[in-house]
Design a protein around this ligand. Sequence first.
Ligand code: ATP
Ligand code: MG
Length: 113
Amino acid sequence: MKLIRAIISTDHIDELRLKLFENGAPGLTIDSVMGIGKPLGQLSYSDDKGFVPKFFSNSRIEIVVEDKRVEEICAIIIDVCRTGNVGDGKIFIQPVDEVIRIRTGEKQEKALY
Ligand SMILES: Nc1ncnc2c1ncn2[C@@H]1O[C@H](COP(=O)(O)OP(=O)(O)OP(=O)(O)O)[C@@H](O)[C@H]1O
Ligand SMILES: [Mg+2]
């Protein structure tokens, strides 16, 4: 299993939520984050420090799926979130060793759906 963690514009969260569930996403978590991409493209001026990298507010969405669904889920994220402008976001993918549904004790893929 893999954790798909995408940093995206908050503007796309509602459309993405609908598309993901239309396509059978097992669940998801979102939160609000602040971050910096390629800093040279995103500077703000402060009187004491001159030009410094600027924080941008984004949403972070996390979805755990079986390995075979990673490509499909990433394609949905890219389809919804790509405008072609800088700051469209980034996707990070990490291995997940274990999933446990607390209510039933089910494990691994059984616990996802
Ligand atoms: N290497 C990274 N590590 C952790 N977070 C990152 C990294 N790169 C980007 N992010 C996060 O993703 C957000 C969006 O990044 P962004 O889309 O601007 O990436 P970028 O590499 O600058 O690409 P682009 O050139 O399209 O703007 C950042 O504000 C930051 O929160
Ligand atoms: Mg950027």
